[in-house]
Design a protein around this ligand. Structure first.
Ligand code: NAD
Length: 282
């Protein structure tokens, strides 16, 4: 069994990105900039944003966190995004989710210039990804994709089962694997026999939010198992896969924590650099 060490792979990616940023600095006399809008004081969001900023600075990006109280008016956020869209020093814009109820998430996402949409949530990027065109790719599925490719470079004809159909994870993950010529099945809460679906898979990506849902007898021998889930339980943070038992069957598996999580942040940095490079050739 191969333990897919997301921490290590993410550290290698960050090292490459750091080198790339220093080359871009020489070439363009400036560095990519990431602006993050953080609304309210939800503890997980505060921690995510802090980690994103730390990593951005480490690789040499310019980072800017813009904080608002959770009573902020929607228009203030939309105006700020408009200002950031026009600001040439800002390569990427991220609005940390979730948002307070009075702010329309879709309006906010659609306000971000698709060329600065480091999260890849804008409908133009979603459409481009599903059409197989160049697009910004949501960070978590991109991270999962890189982990899978790290284990197996040729995915032609593999059967992939994605558990979860969210816009954030399941759907873009399916598009990425489809592009690699996998035969992809997206499963969800109404799927009839999830175990049977998983048992047929060479690759299982679990993005559900149910602690240790995926069991050992759901996974065929030699499958690659990617666990996106982050679930708080009495025994600490666990994934959507029962790691201890599934790791006995799988060919390769990501741990939680230390699997997909570190890749998500590294891919955010990668996307910010990608936005910068695209803006330089326009
Ligand atoms: P979501 O709640 O938006 O979607 C969950 C999906 O799971 C839905 O499509 C639903 O149909 C499906 N589902 C629910 N119950 C099911 C069941 N019994 N069987 C099959 N499918 C079922 O969740 P999300 O935003 O995609 O996040 C999923 C998990 O990934 C969460 O634990 C979240 O915390 C975690 N997450 C991790 C990272 C990371 O960087 N590692 C990033 C984002 C989300």
């Amino acid at each position: 069994m191969i333990l897919i060490d997301g921490k290590k792979i993410a550290a290698e990616l960050r090292k490459e990105l750091k080198e790339e940023v220093s080359n871009l600095k020489i070439k363009y006399k400036k560095v990519p900039g990431l602006s993050v809008i953080l609304i309210g004081d939800l503890a997980p969001s505060q921690i995510y944003v802090k980690n994103k900023e730390k990593s951005a600075i480490e690789v040499g990006l310019k980072s800017n966190i813009i904080k608002y109280p959770d009573t902020v008016k929607e228009k203030v956020i939309l105006d700020k995004i408009d200002e950031l869209n026009k600001d040439e020093t800002v390569s990427g814009i991220l609005v940390q989710l979730p948002l307070p109820n009075h702010i329309d998430k879709q309006k906010v996402i659609e306000m971000i210039d698709p060329l600065k949409d480091v999260d890849g949530f804008h409908p133009i990027n979603v459409g481009n990804l599903s059409s197989g065109y160049q697009s910004m790719i949501p960070c978590t599925p991109l991270g999962c994709y890189l982990l899978i490719k790290n284990i197996e470079s040729d995915l032609n004809g593999k059967k992939a089962v994605i558990i979860g159909r969210s816009n954030l994870n399941g759907k873009p993950m399916a598009q990425l694997l489809l592009k690699e010529n996998c035969t992809v099945t997206i499963t969800h809460s109404k799927t009839k026999d999830l175990k049977a679906e998983c048992l047929a898979a060479d690759i299982v990506v679990a993005a559900v939010g149910i602690p240790e849902l995926v069991k050992r007898d759901w996974i065929k021998k030699d499958a690659i198992v990617i666990d996106v889930g982050i679930n708080k339980t009495d025994k600490g943070i666990v994934g959507d896969v029962a790691f201890d038992e599934v790791s006995k069957n799988a060919k390769a598996i990501t741990p939680v924590p230390g699997g997909v999580g570190p890749m998500t942040i590294a891919c955010l940095l990668k996307n910010t650099i990608e936005c910068f490079k695209r803006s330089q050739v326009l």
